[in-house]
Design a protein around this ligand. Structure first.
Ligand code: ADP
Ligand code: MG
Length: 278
C-alpha cells in the first residue's frame, strides 16, 4: 500500500467578499507534503501563499469562504470545530510566521510562552515543561537558554526571536511545520542561520516543512520541491533542481532571470567592477 502524504491539499479555493462580486485569492490549489521534506511555495506578494497556509490551519479571516479538501494525516479538517483544530495546531502542525514579534506576547517571559503550549498539549508540569523548553532552545543553537528564558521578547534580536519561535514549535514535536516567510524580516546572517536550522529540523526530526517565500534564492538554498504560485494558482511544481534548471513557465523563468541578474550585479560590486552594473 502506498504511504499517503501527511498533508494533502486538493483543489483549494478561497474567496473574499468584494464590492460587486467576490475575490478569489486562492484558485484550485493542490499539493502534498510528506514528512521529511521541504516544499517551498514561492511567488510574488499577493499570489495567495499566506491565504493558502492560513486555510490549512483553519485560521482564515471570518469573511473568507473556502472549498476543496484539506487532510492532515488522512483526516479531513473541514468538519473540525475550533477546539479540535486547537489540538491539531501546535501538536501536529506547527507554525512560524514572518514577524516573530507578532507571535510573541510582549508582557510574558520567553519561559512562560514556551511552556504554555507544552502544559496544554502535552499535560506536563511546569517543571517538566521548562526542562523541555530549555532543551529545545539548546537544540536551535541557543547556548545560554536560562538567560534567554528569563527575558522578554523585546530584549531579543529578530533572529533570536525567530529561533525562540522555532524552538517553541519543535517542543510540541509537530509532524509538519508551516513557515510563512520565516526569514523575510531578518538580516542576511540571521536569515541563513534560520534557513540552516529548518534544513536541520527536517533531517533530525523528520518534520515536513511548508516553506512560504517570495525569494527564489531561499528556495534554491533550502527546499526539496517547489510550487510556483501566481494569482492564486500553482503554475508549476516539481523538484527544485528540475524547476530551477528547466522552468516550464514564463513566469518562473522571469523569477529566475531577475535573481540571476541580481547575483551577477552583486558579484560585480564585490569585485569593484561597478561600471558594468551602472
Ligand atoms: P501572499 O502570497 O503575499 O502571502 P496573500 O495570501 O496574503 O498573498 O493574499 C492573497 C490575496 O488575498 C491578496 O490579493 C490579498 O489582498 C487577498 N487577501 C488576503 N487577506 C485578505 C482579507 N482578509 N480580505 C480580503 N482580501 C484578502
Ligand atoms: Mg504572505
Amino acid at each position: 500500500m502506498a504511504i499517503s502524504p501527511y498533508l494533502e491539499v486538493r483543489d483549494l479555493s478561497v474567496t473574499f467578499p468584494a464590492r460587486h462580486d467576490e475575490y478569489k485569492a486562492v484558485d484550485g490549489v493542490s499539493f502534498d507534503l510528506a514528512r521529511g521534506e521541504i516544499l517551498a511555495l514561492v511567488g510574488e506578494s499577493g499570489s495567495g501563499k499566506s491565504v493558502t497556509s492560513l486555510a490549512i490551519m483553519k485560521l482564515l479571516p471570518e469573511a473568507a469562504r473556502w472549498t476543496g479538501q484539506i487532510r492532515v494525516n488522512g483526516v479531513d479538517i473541514a468538519p473540525k470545530d475550533r477546539r479540535s483544530m486547537e489540538d491539531i495546531r501546535g501538536a501536529k502542525v506547527g507554525m512560524i510566521f514572518q514577524e516573530p514579534m507578532t507571535s510573541l506576547n510582549p508582557v510574558l517571559t520567553i519561559a512562560r510562552q514556551m511552556t504554555e503550549g507544552l502544559r496544554r498539549h502535552k499535560s506536563l508540569s511546569g517543571k517538566q515543561a521548562a526542562a523541555v523548553a530549555r532543551a529545545a532552545l539548546l537544540d536551535v543553537g541557543i547556548t545560554d537558554p536560562d538567560r534567554i528564558m528569563a527575558q522578554f521578547p523585546h530584549q531579543l534580536s529578530g533572529g533570536m526571536r525567530q529561533r525562540v519561535l522555532i524552538a517553541a514549535a519543535i517542543t510540541l514535536q509537530p509532524d509538519i511545520l508551516l513557515a510563512d516567510e520565516p526569514t523575510t524580516a531578518l538580516d542576511v546572517t540571521a536569515q541563513s542561520q534560520v534557513l540552516d536550522l529548518l534544513v536541520d529540523l527536517k533531517s533530525r526530526l523528520g518534520a515536513g516543512i511548508l516553506l512560504v517565500t517570495h525569494d527564489i534564492g531561499v528556495v534554491a538554498e533550502t527546499a526539496d520541491r517547489v510550487a510556483v504560485m501566481r494569482g492564486g494558482r500553482i503554475l508549476e511544481t516539481g523538484l527544485v533542481e528540475d524547476v530551477l534548471t528547466a522552468p516550464q513557465h514564463a513566469y518562473t523563468k522571469g523569477l529566475l532571470a531577475s535573481h540571476l541578474t541580481l547575483e551577477k550585479a552583486l558579484a560585480m560590486r564585490s569585485t569593484g567592477n561597478r561600471s558594468l552594473v551602472l
